[in-house]
Design a protein around this ligand. Structure first.
Ligand code: SF4
Ligand code: SF4
Length: 445
């Protein structure tokens, strides 16, 4: 076996991490296309930064891929119609939680006709990649939702030498990135070498957990590709301890570099792209079709036949669950995303967004979640990948000692949920971290 065909081991091992059950029940489920819903509700804000400005009016005809909202500033992203049909208007609608959000309601004609003006986007120089990402409406699809064109336009001071392709997908249940690797390796190969060449990168490291042998086999086709004459593209097998896919964690594992608090990956010479983001960018470059649909894993204890579905953005979750034949009477809770970092869904009217990668419908739980006092076992501290002391933060929180938050470095918390998962006393440690971080943000303002 040549060096090209061998996977690298992590440069550094992260501290702690949790051993979670994988429940990758849908790993072998080829992506199915969801029939278009009667209506979609496309939120103007599906990313970090300013919401998009709507540019359509009631009665306008749109196609799949038509721009319906333009970016409103540098840190913002445009939005596109995910169905063909007629705009019903820009409305305020309660989708999830209690506050209404601005969204564009479109009635589908059921045809899913692509916009006839879509055409491939030519990449001549590095800056064209950022422009393509912007026009694609691409945001970080691994969960953060940071506009990708910003990532691809680092400041002149940051010397980027490494692209990390994140295919770790470390949360239980979710297999949407995994299916991207299995079903679209040619797109991943084309995107990888395009970025490497245009951004003049010295190294590309494709990171995947070692519990995904079929994805490893596919991604080895990227690393061992004949275009890699200079041996710059490497595959790295990460241990399957959660949260390997978190941005700071993956940079540390792949390069040994630490991203300081308040800094970006570009400050340590790295760009991190989720594998589906990369493939989506290439799809736009080669066809002109922007980000209009997402592959969603639908699973959970209330789902009898898990699937991976390609879902138009703006589709109500209730429509997806109905298509899946899920008996909502048996559903105790719905989570958008994985069980560790996903968001609870309060209504079936919540919609699939750019960042969505899973819907978990969970039935009645038999687990004992009885909360008791902290027994000072230290497991939360040993598990935390950011070397934090969650039990001490909880004590400070209960005492109202906000001064202690800074000393305890709570802003380093990536809200991965490992401490809450591991705690035998079922203390709400991650929730406390979130509240405490919010408190510090308020104080700073
Ligand atoms: S949620 Fe925060 S404190 Fe808890 S383990 Fe993750 S990084 Fe550490
Ligand atoms: S894991 Fe739970 S019980 Fe153990 S020290 Fe941390 S908070 Fe206390």
């Amino acid at each position: 076996m040549s060096t090209k065909e061998r996977a690298l081991h992590p440069v550094k091992r992260i501290h702690g991490g949790a051993h979670l059950p994988h429940y990758k029940n849908s790993a072998e489920c080829e992506t199915e296309i969801l029939p278009p819903p009667p209506k979609v509700y496309i939120p103007l804000s599906q990313h970090i930064g300013a919401p998009a400005n709507p540019i359509v009016n009631k009665g306008d005809k749109v196609y799949v891929g038509t721009v319906i909202g333009e970016e409103a500033g540098y840190i913002s992203a445009p939005i596109h119609s995910s169905v063909s049909g007629t705009v019903n208007g820009v409305i305020d609608k309660v989708l999830n939680g209690s506050s209404p959000v601005k969204c564009i309601e479109i009635e589908s004609d059921g045809e899913m006709t692509p916009d006839p003006d879509l055409k491939p986007f030519r990449i001549r120089k590095a800056a064209d990649l950022a422009e393509a990402a912007k026009r694609c409406g691409l945001v970080g699809l691994g969960g953060a939702g940071f506009p990708a064109h910003v990532k691809l336009s680092p400041s002149k001071d940051s010397a980027i030498d490494t692209l990390i392709i994140n295919a770790a997908e470390c949360e239980p249940y979710i297999t949407s990135d995994y299916r991207e690797c299995i079903e679209n390796v040619d797109g991943i190969i084309a995107a990888t070498y395009l970025l490497r060449d245009k951004l003049k990168l010295q190294k590309v490291i494709i990171c995947v957990e070692n519990n995904k042998p079929k994805a490893i086999e596919k991604l080895m086709e990227v690393a061992a590709n004949k275009q890699d004459v200079e041996d710059t593209v490497k595959l790295m097998k990460l241990p399957s301890t959660y949260p390997q896919g978190a941005e700071k964690v993956i940079i540390y594992s792949a390069t040994g570099r630490k991203v300081p608090l308040g800094k970006l990956p570009s400050d340590v010479g790295c760009i991190v792209m989720n594998v589906t983001s990369l493939a989506t960018l290439y799809r736009f470059i080669s066809t002109g079709m922007p980000l209009v649909s997402k592959r969603i894993t639908v699973d959970g204890t209330a789902v009898t036949e898990p699937k991976n579905l390609l879902v138009p953005i703006g589709t109500p979750i209730g429509y997806v669950l109905e298509h899946m034949g899920v008996d909502t009477d048996n559903v105790e809770r719905i989570i958008m995303g994985g069980p560790m970092m996903g968001q609870p869904v309060s209504s079936p009217e919540a919609v699939i967004e750019k960042r969505s990668n899973a819907i978990l419908a969970m039935g009645q739980s038999t687990a004992n979640i009885h909360q008791t006092a902290c027994i000072r076992c230290g497991r939360c501290q040993r598990t935390c990948p950011m070397h934090l002391t969650p039990a001490r933060v909880e004590t400070a929180y209960r005492k109202g000692d906000t001064e202690a938050y800074k000393e305890l470095n709570i802003n380093y918390c990536i809200e991965c949920g490992s401490c809450s998962y591991i705690c035998p006393a079922k203390r709400p440690l991650t929730e406390v971290m979130r509240i405490a971080k919010g408190e510090l943000r308020r104080q700073k303002k």
